[in-house]
Design a protein around this ligand. Sequence first.
Ligand code: 7TS
Length: 396
Amino acid sequence: MRVYLDNNATTIVDPHVFEEMEPFFVQKYGNPNSLHSFASETHKPLKDAMEKIYAGIHAPREDSVVVTSCATESNNWVLKSIYFQYILTGRKNHIIVSEVEHPSVIATAKFIESQGCRVTYLPINHEGLIDAKSVRDNITDKTALVSVMMANNETGGIFPVQEIGEICKEYNVPFHTDAVQAIGKIPVDVQSFNVDYLTFSAHKFHGPKGVGGLYIKKGKELLPLLHGGSQMGGYRSGTLNVAGIVGMGKAMEQAVDALDYEMTDIKEMRDRFEDELLKIEDTFVVTPREKRTPNTILISFRGIEGEAMLWDLNCAGIGASTGSACASEDLESNPVMEAIGADADLAHTAIRFSLSRYTTQEELDYTLEVVKKAVKRLREISSSYAYAPDGHDSKL
Ligand code: 7TS
């Protein structure tokens, strides 16, 4: 059996999405900006797809949604444009991000820092969450941007973007949120809170890889990162990824349709699975369930290296993660576990299981059995864990 439980890294393309994309490779391959029927036959599908994307995040007509190549690009764009517009010109000198943003925000913030900008990295609390108050404590009249994600990719922790948005409004500071892990898992409505920029990525909600987006509120325009032709209103040059945009539109429509299912059925499956995992001795989950996206579990197994567990899972056909795939080649401890101050022993033991609407109960039952066996095997050979089969005094 093969089981995919790494849906925060990427998701399967929904077959309906693939079906809608297919004609735009070999049949309708025209460049939308050309002046002939090969071009014009792409116009309606593109318009329909953009409408679905606007509708999916409740973006009003007057605001902009710009299609990018991925969330990494969207995040880079916001931070670098803010740097050019406010920091380089000397109007402001400071930005605020959370310390557990995706590397596409953290690394960009570090780059901007190296160019002379002051950066505040907001700490997470013992639940792996951000306190909105920490934004208030750090924001100044020289702050050019606050960037705090809607949901964390490691824990699924939902951050208080509503309150943070209010604080930003009070101080008239632009607010960006990375909603990559929120779309299709919790409601995302740009009109329901104060937000100026919002990032998303199709491959996280059963769309294709290589296509993402950035919502930009009217009046909060950014400088282009990619200069060239007049595509996307001059906001982002480069020939449109027609198939990608069509796919992202369909995927967005389906993500919204499936939201209830994710928030009820998938959540129930996740909770049951988590209950069973927590019955294994010396296991820990950081963020409370009700404060998490419905599909994610980050769980630590004391005494077991995350990579060793992944190996056992992989041998049994199960794909999970020790954290973000973007960082996993480094064999570093999980950034969230480090940020909450978990001791070194625990920080290396976190495994992330992320479900999707394609996950089945049978797959979770199978995974649970494999995990139990792996825990037993790995603790038996662990040098740091005194294995006690009768369940007593298992800690060294
Ligand atoms: N932002 C968040 C919150 C993410 O989780 C990811 C990918 C990205 C941005 C980057 O998206 P992309 O469109 O540029 O690929 N996160 C992960 C992860 O958690 N494991 O692998 C990739």
